[in-house]
Unconditional design. Structure first.
Length: 531
């Protein structure tokens, strides 16, 4: 197959949702359609959301599972689908944001009873920032939920995106009858059951057909009213607007009952973009370029402490990735080759000889790769858009066993390279401050430092609430600021100055007082376009 055909048949996306909306269930059903898993329950155990308490073994187990489920690849008809897993728990939001840099589109799952939840809003913000095309799947129609029209208003309002319903529910909960497909103009009747694959279809040329009243009872009247309203209120669907991130098609269904999933998958395959171009610091890189390029968006430690190697997840952006071929490690300015790159087909890890744009390959790494690293066929470019986000919780890392402080240093630097947390240094390295977006990471860090590096430590809470990178056009201005506020200045992993603020209010006041200093809330600014 030509490389153009390989690119054209790939769809790389993530399913995102607030925890419990049904992301895992939907993923599992999609894999069932792809024949990747034989039974329900295979993806089920990927559940840190339910173990937010200090259940360390669960965290360990989760780490293992999340390596296995980080990427799930399956074939459906002539398409090759890569689903990138995102952790649902908010404490791992940064991991999710980074994964979103490696996809070409997303499916957003919303619980029909809960509507827009906190994580839904935050995730959508990231998608909007990146203009990622979004399909919405409203789940759990087999339960009582919000009125569909109200839900649509809430979604449009809170997610700031135009919507276009593709299907429309007929009743809900106990009286859920199915959905009307506005595109095909026919009705899919709902049969509860977790193993249902084919849905009964009712073909209707005209919604006034009395057969509807016979089949649906009084719900037929409501449906007619709703459809009239939809056609009047919502713009018609446009693939271009969807691909531009401006319009999101909406499907209704029940993942648990496998209802509405096939239409979702088939429409997704029809409209979702194949691998798209990626912005580097110098130029836009197109997938069909001959030269290979890709970037690392996730790093995972090996679960077996006897093997220190890690797995780096690389998204191929252009050209062909080949096993054993030397590629340019742009940050390290040297060539690097991989003898055992693997893909994630059907629950198995398989060594691959070649990978194409849109694919994700797992690379064994002995500490050479960091999140955000670019590999190329020689060109000195770096991909953008893999920022660190400003952490909000800070603790000082204190060694409680001076004999093991070297191990502690090594451990924390490796863990931060994996993206578990961010490390800030003060007083030439004498003080180490760990910043995260959630408490759960601190538990993971302390546990892993003790168990993998044998380094006992304490994490002492600090009163800071925000970290921001600081720059100024005039180096004198920056130096002055840093001298004056030295108690709150730290350096990040690349040695860049960061200001730690103790409250939003103080930060706002300081920003007002220092108009010549720029405050940045993600690390992205560092990759300014090189001349
Ligand atoms: P998540 O990955 O987004 O966190 O959600 P997940 O799929 O795990 O689903 C959360 C809960 O919602 C699960 O129930 C799941 O069975 C249920 N669920 C998912 N889709 C539907 C649906 O269409 N209808 C209904 N009624 N429920 C649905 P649980 O009791 O928390 O877990 P489990 O005991 O079923 O595993």
């Amino acid at each position: 197959m030509s490389i153009d055909a390989e690119i054209a048949r790939r769809r790389t996306f993530a399913i995102i949702s607030h925890p419990d909306a049904g992301k895992t269930t939907l993923t599992e059903k999609l894999l069932l359609f792809g024949g990747s898993i034989r039974s329900a329950g295979a993806v089920k155990s990927n559940k840190i959301t339910k173990t937010a308490t200090s259940d360390f073994m669960e965290i360990e187990k989760q780490r293992g599972i999340s390596v296995a489920t980080s990427v799930m690849t399956f074939e459906y008809r002539d398409k090759l689908v890569n689903i990138l897993d995102t952790p649902g728990h908010k404490d791992f939001a940064e991991d999710t944001y980074r994964t979103l840099t490696a996809v070409d589109s997303v499916i957003l799952v919303v619980d029909s009873a809960k509507g827009v939840e906190a994580q839904t809003e935050r995730l959508m913000e990231v998608c909007r920032m990146r203009k990622t095309p979004v399909i919405v799947f409203v789940n759990k129609l087999d339960r009582e939920g919000l009125r569909p029209v109200d839900l649509m208003d809430e979604l449009e309002d809170k997610l700031s995106i135009r919507l276009r319903p593709m299907t429309w529910p007929i009743g809900m909960g106990q009286s859920f009858k199915g959905v009307y497909n506005l595109h095909e103009r026919n009705i899919y009747l709902f049969t509860p059951g977790k193993t249902v694959v084919e849905q009964e279809r009712l073909f209707v040329d005209d919604l006034c057909d009395p057969v509807l009243d016979r089949e649906l009872g009084s719900a037929a009247v409501q449906l007619r009213e709703d459809v009239e309203l939809i056609d009047g209120v919502y713009d018609s669907f446009s693939v271009a607007a969807y691909r531009d991130g401006a319009l999101a098609p909406v499907f209704f269904g029940s993942a648990l009952n496998n209802f509405g999933v096939r239409e979702l998958l088939e429409t997704f395959l029809e409209i979702a973009p194949p691998p798209t171009s990626r912005q580097s610091d110098i130029r836009l890189v197109e997938p069909d370029e001959e030269g290979f390029s890709g970037f690392v968006f996730k790093i995972h430690a090996n679960l077996d402490p006897r093997h220190r190697d890690r797995i780096a997840f690389l998204r191929v952006c252009s050209g062909t990735f080949l096993k054993d071929k030397p590629f340019r490690h742009v940050r390290q300015r040297r060539d690097i080759r991989f003898s055992r790159p693997y893909s994630f087909m059907a629950e198995r890890k398989e060594v691959v000889d070649a990978a194409y744009p849109g694919d994700v390959v797992g690379l064994y790494d002995r500490g050479d790769l960091k999140i955000g690293d670019t590999l190329t066929e020689g060109e000195e470019i770096e991909f953008q858009g893999i920022p660190s986000f400003a952490p909000e919780i800070f603790k000082e890392l204190v060694s409680t066993d001076p004999m093991r402080s070297k191990q502690l240093d090594k451990g924390i630097s490796q863990l931060t390279e994996e993206g578990v947390a961010q490390l800030f240094i003060q007083d030439r390295g004498r003080r180490k401050i760990v910043g995260t977006v959630g408490e759960l990471q601190f538990q993971v860090i302390q546990y892993r430092l003790e168990h993998e590096y044998g380094a006992a430590c304490r994490l002492q809470p600090l009163a800071y609430t925000k970290a921001c990178w600081i720059t100024a056009d005039d180096p004198k201005v920056l130096n002055e600021f840093m001298k004056y506020r030295h108690a709150q200045i730290v350096s990040d992993k690349d040695g860049r100055p960061v200001y730690l603020a103790d409250s939003e209010w103080m930060l706002a006041a300081i920003m007002r007082d220092s108009p010549k200093v720029e405050f940045h809330f993600t690390s992205e600014f560092k990759r300014k376009v090189r001349a």
